[in-house]
Ligand binder design. Structure first.
Ligand SMILES: C[S@@+](CC[C@H](N)C(=O)[O-])C[C@H]1O[C@@H](n2cnc3c(N)ncnc32)[C@H](O)[C@@H]1O
Length: 482
């Protein structure tokens, strides 16, 4: 007698059960357009067990391993470094200076020598690119030099993504919005086509598995985070998980803290955000929520424009696209040479600006690394000269005057029309009492300043214009003669 073949499983009829399971256990929402994805995931995760039996078991006693497997199959982990870079610019340029400004008269360290601390959360971090970009942004801001300690906690539902985040090896696709300058400063190559953030960045980021849609009073304690990035995550949530996640995020935001959502996302039910003291603000062309306190409201320089279109606040979250339409990367090999050369020039200028910014922010070591990249045979002589000059300024800042002079001399030799190294050399020589050398250098600076480029004066002139600097040279020369 032959045994009857098992009845073919009617997979579509199981999908409502799978949907309910995913909503209840993972807080994920899937509509009918995703039936094929759900069917494939169910078949794969059930493995040798029949899909129906798998659902029976999961409804009765779900296991962590199987939930993780479903999360790994069904979450969308699309992400990349410097995604929506303007949000990181807004944070660094406009927000961090406000957030780290100590109350007048308060010491840089607290009781027992503790430093002030800034805590950032990357909520729904996927494979870690957003968390490391946040860490790069905070590092660049020179917080430690201002007595502010900081760290980034990054959480996600999907343990497979978290394992990739911890391994921190990234290919070109993850770096598609990362400029050459950022790449050369904050990453190093581990294998051909594989990059990892520098240890100084990696050591500040921790990863943990967490479901944003579940309550946890300890983790989401009021004031736990000063900066929260939760971008392109809430769009996948089922309604009640979404409500809980928003409660979690809003509740944990510290006074003066900021919450960034995806580019086109908003908090559903804006009144809820208002009631909690969150205000929608804008900077650098992007929107974010801020928990305002009477003091922080006064200090915010950019008011919400009364007549402006309310931007993303008007759009319902659930109807928004997933905003995952990154442009195709263009390889250097396919670009005309002139374009590539122009790009390289632009990259070098950006590297110079970054070096200047880092040194001004007190991140002198990083600034000097940026200078060192400029002072290489492949860079135009004018830029090498500027890199050397900047290096010289950093050495002056540190009180290493012989090294400063050496760099200024090399800068002057590299670009004979560069006035500012002569000015610094003149001032340094005068300080040493070498009047002849001082006079010679200041005189040369005075001549060259007449034709010095406006760009250079803006960058390196310390806020003085051409005439101010020429006057300085003349005054110094007169004092030497006197
Ligand atoms: C599209 S990625 C966004 C990555 C990053 N935030 C960005 O914008 O580049 C969405 C991430 O949200 C995670 N996610 C979805 N539901 C979640 C939940 N309930 N709790 C935590 N993470 C969740 C997914 O696992 C996925 O890694």
């Amino acid at each position: 007698m032959t045994r009857a073949a098992p009845a073919a499983v009617d997979l579509p009829s199981l999908l409502p059960r799978l949907r309910a399971l995913l909503a209840a256990r993972l807080g994920l929402h899937f509509d009918e357009r995703q039936d094929d994805r759900l069917t494939a995931a169910l078949t794969r995760v059930a493995g040798p067990v029949s899909p129906e039996r798998f659902l029976d078991q999961m409804e009765l006693a779900p296991t962590r391993a199987r939930l993780d497997a479903l999360a790994a199959e069904l979450t969308v982990g699309e992400t990349f470094f410097f995604r929506h870079a303007e949000q990181f610019d807004a944070l660094r340029v406009d927000l961090l200076p406000l957030m780290t400004r100590a109350a007048p008269g308060s010491p840089a360290t607290g009781p027992g020598g503790t430093r002030r601390r800034l805590r950032a959360l990357s909520a729904g971090c996927a494979s870690g690119e957003e968390a490391y970009t946040l860490a790069i942004t905070l590092h660049r801001a020179g917080l430690l030099a201002q007595g502010v300690d900081w760290d980034v906690l990054a959480v996600d539902l999907n343990p497979a993504a978290l394992a990739r985040a911890t391994a921190a090896r990234y290919g070109e696709w993850s770096l598609r919005a990362t400029t050459q300058e950022q790449r050369s400063l904050w990453f190093h190559r581990v294998d051909p086509g594989q990059w990892t953030p520098l240890p100084t960045i990696r050591e500040r980021v921790r990863f943990a598995q967490r479901n944003l849609g579940q309550p946890d009073a300890l983790f989401w304690a009021p004031g736990s985070f000063d900066i929260i990035f939760c971008r392109n995550v809430l769009i996948y949530f089922e309604a009640s998980a979404l409500r809980q996640a928003i409660r979690n995020l809003i509740g944990a935001l510290a006074p003066g803290g900021v919450l960034f959502l995806g580019h086109a996302e908003t908090l559903r039910g804006k009144e809820a955000a208002d009631q909690e003291g969150l205000v929608l603000r804008q900077a650098h062309g992007c929107f974010f929520y801020r928990r305002e306190t009477p003091a922080s409201t006064r200090s915010w320089p950019l008011e919400w424009p009364a007549t402006a279109t309310p931007g993303p606040a008007a759009a319902p979250l659930a109807g928004l696209p997933a905003a995952m339409t990154a442009a195709e990367p263009v390889s250097d090999a396919t670009r005309p040479d002139a374009d590539a050369a122009a790009d390289k020039g632009g990259d070098d200028q950006a590297l110079l600006d970054e070096a200047l910014h880092l040194i001004e922010a007190g991140q002198v070591e990083d600034g000097l690394r940026a200078c060192a990249r400029l002072i290489s045979p492949g860079t135009p002589a004018t830029l090498q000269a500027e890199g050397l000059f900047l290096h010289g300024l950093a050495m002056e800042e540190r009180g290493q005057l012989p090294a400063a002079e050496w760099h200024h001399q090399r800068a002057a030799a590299k670009d004979a029309s560069f006035a500012l190294p002569h000015l610094r050399l003149g001032l340094l020589a005068r300080r040493r009492g070498e009047v002849i050398a001082a006079h010679r250098e200041l005189r040369r600076a005075l001549e060259l300043l007449e034709h010095e480029s406006g760009d250079r004066l803006r960058r390196f002139g310390g806020g003085f214009d051409r005439e101010d600097l020429r006057r300085l040279c003349r005054d110094e020369m007169q004092e030497i003669r006197a």
